[in-house]
Each structure stands twice: as C-alpha cells, then as structure tokens.
Design a protein around this ligand. Structure first.
Ligand SMILES: [Zn+2]
Length: 337
C-alpha cells in the first residue's frame, strides 16, 4: 500500500516504493516546502525499519523496529536537519543555544555523522540519514557530506529533501536519484481542505500559493481529542462541567490552536444568535441553534475578545489546564440558563 499521507502524494509515494528493496545510496526529493514531503519521507524511512513488513512493504506497526522508529529512537535512523527544520517537526534540536534558530545545516552537524557512517546497522538491514533542507547546507559542510555520499557503506542511504535543486552541489546531485514532490492541483487542495471541515478558504489558499497545509496551519487545527472534548463542553452551555476540563486536556496541545478553535465556536454562536448560518461548525448547527437563545450576546462578544487575548498570550508559557479552565468558565457564565 502506498504510504501517501496526503492525497497529492500518491505519485511521490509510488516513486519511493520503487526503491524499497534496493535503496540507492542517495535520493533527493525536491519540491515546494511545507507540502508534507518531510512527513512522507519520514514515514517511508520508518517503514524501512519494519522487521515484519507485509509483502507490499506496509510496516506491521508492532515489531520492535516499528516501535523504535515510531518513538524516534531507532538506532538506524539519523537526522541531519537545520535547527529550524527540527523545531518545525518537533524533533530534538541538537545544538541550539537558545538563540534564533538557524535555517542552515552546519559543518559541525555534518562532521558529527562521520563516526555514525562508519558503523554497521544496529537492527535493520539498512540505515537511513534523513537530511533537510538539503539546499541549505553550508558549502564547507556540503563537501564533507559529498565525501560520505561518494563512498557510503552498502547498507547506508541518504535521503535529502530540498526546495531548490540547483542550490545543491552538482557533484552531490549527480550521485543521487532525483525525485520530485508536486504541489497539489487546486481541485485536490480544495477538496482536501473541505474534508478537514474548512470553508471559505479560496482567498487564503491563493495567499498560501496553493499550499493547503499552510491554510490549515493558519487555522491552527487542534488534535481530534481536543475537538471532541471542547465540543462536548461547549455544547453544554450553562451546564458545562468545569471539573471535566483539566483531566481531559492532553499534553502537547498548543494553547493558541485551542484558543483559535474556541474563537471559531464563539463566532458561530454569535452568527447563529443573529439568525445567520454558522461559518465553521456547520455539522453542529442544531446544537448551536439550541443553546444560542440562552446566551447573552454582549457576553459572547466579550468572550470572543478573551479567546483572542488567549491566542496572543500563548506566546508566553502558561499552564494550559488552568488557562483552558478559566476561558471555559467564562464561556459558561455567558449563558443565562
Ligand atoms: Zn514492523
């Protein structure tokens, strides 16, 4: 089964599959940034670590290889990332000094790989070094990397992701298989966004250069558990049980995304109260219509302001559970009954 994470990745996913059983020493995947290529390449890399894959290469998800890969601790997967790229994908940042994150791959980071390259695989038949962004490797570092790619151990593969293929050292490029990640066409982008429950995104999609993931990031989607918890609480109106908030809040939920979600609900509630259709939670129209008459319009506007403040405040560290309890308590008090 192809590993495509997003519908526009089927071609790239098939291209990668071709190499599953015969990995070249270098692959470069080029294409626009932020269209999910890193996620797909990482999923492919993890799947290579499965010790009990299906015939078509689908990872079992249960073996030690899969578990270690999923936990980010597989000894046969290494990353060579800029600090910025690591932060973007919630991966450990090796040499961050707490300053502005660098968007380049340094020579120190490449040199650190030399000992690893000389080793043998720990568990799986092959090792992978995932490099991104490969077009942001400092020139001195690129020549160190070139030496490794020129004479790699037979079990080692470098998979590189780059936006600008021309910015990669030609001698490095010529040693790699070149694959291309394509941006989704407008129809695919729109239908995917619709499947995520978004509406009226044409302008944002255009602003994002046709990249639907950028639109979603703008909307700051919350995890499904957060969506379920919030909707249950919000639909209860005055009967919202505040003691359910703290135990339900997951670790790693981004407060600004939560605030954004709550603010969209507030907007819809105000719309419904004013006799309009909801913009965001169309599937919840009956619930919105049932609680809207019992809410005070002024109090709802005030609450909407509070969600906006919470979005801005979340750039400083806050206790998520407390902050969410507070804002939901305030939501409850906007209802008369
Ligand atoms: Zn497995």
């Amino acid at each position: 089964m192809p590993l495509a994470i997003y519908p526009w990745q089927e071609a790239l996913s098939r291209d990668l599959e071709i190499f599953r059983h015969r990995m070249p020493s270098g692959i470069i995947v080029s294409g626009p940034r932020d269209i999910g290529t890193f996620e797909l390449v990482l999923a492919f890399t993890k799947s290579l670590m499965c010790e009990n894959p299906a015939e078509d290469g689908t990872p079992c998800g249960k073996c030690p290889g899969c578990r270690l890969a999923e936990a980010g601790t597989h000894p046969d997967i290494r990353f060579l990332l800029s600090e910025e790229e690591a932060a973007r994908h919630d991966l450990p940042i090796p040499e961050s000094a707490g300053k502005k994150l660098s968007d380049e791959i340094s020579i120190a980071a490449v040199r650190e790989l030399r000992d690893y390259v000389a080793l043998k695989p720990h568990r799986s038949p092959r090792r992978v070094i995932l490099i991104s962004p490969a077009d942001r490797i400092r020139p001195d570092a690129a020549s160190v990397l070139l030496k490794m790619v020129e004479e790699p151990p037979p079990d080692l593969s470098f998979i590189m992701i780059a936006e600008d293929l021309d910015a990669i050292l030609p001698t490095l490029r010529s040693r790699c298989v070149l694959l291309h990640a394509r941006k989704p066409d407008p129809e695919a982008a729109s239908s995917w966004l619709e499947s995520k429950g978004l509406k009226d995104f044409d302008e944002q999609l255009a602003e994002a250069g046709g990249n639907p993931l950028a639109v979603v990031r703008g909307h700051k989607i919350v995890p499904d558990e957060a969506r379920t918890l919030f909707l249950n609480l919000l639909k209860a109106g005055k009967r919202l049980d505040i003691t359910q908030v703290a135990p339900g809040v997951g670790t790693g939920w981004k407060l600004d995304a939560c605030a954004d979600f709550l603010s969209r609900w507030g907007t819809d509630l105000i719309r419904v109260k004013s006799g309009l259709q909801p913009s965001y939670f169309v599937g919840e129209t009956p619930e919105l219509q049932s609680i809207a008459p019992r809410a005070d319009l002024q109090a709802l506007f005030h609450w909407l302001d509070e969600t906006e403040s919470l979005k801005r405040a979340s750039t400083v560290p806050l206790n998520n559970k407390l902050a969410l309890e507070k804002i939901l308590e305030s939501y409850r008090s906007a209802f008369r009954s």
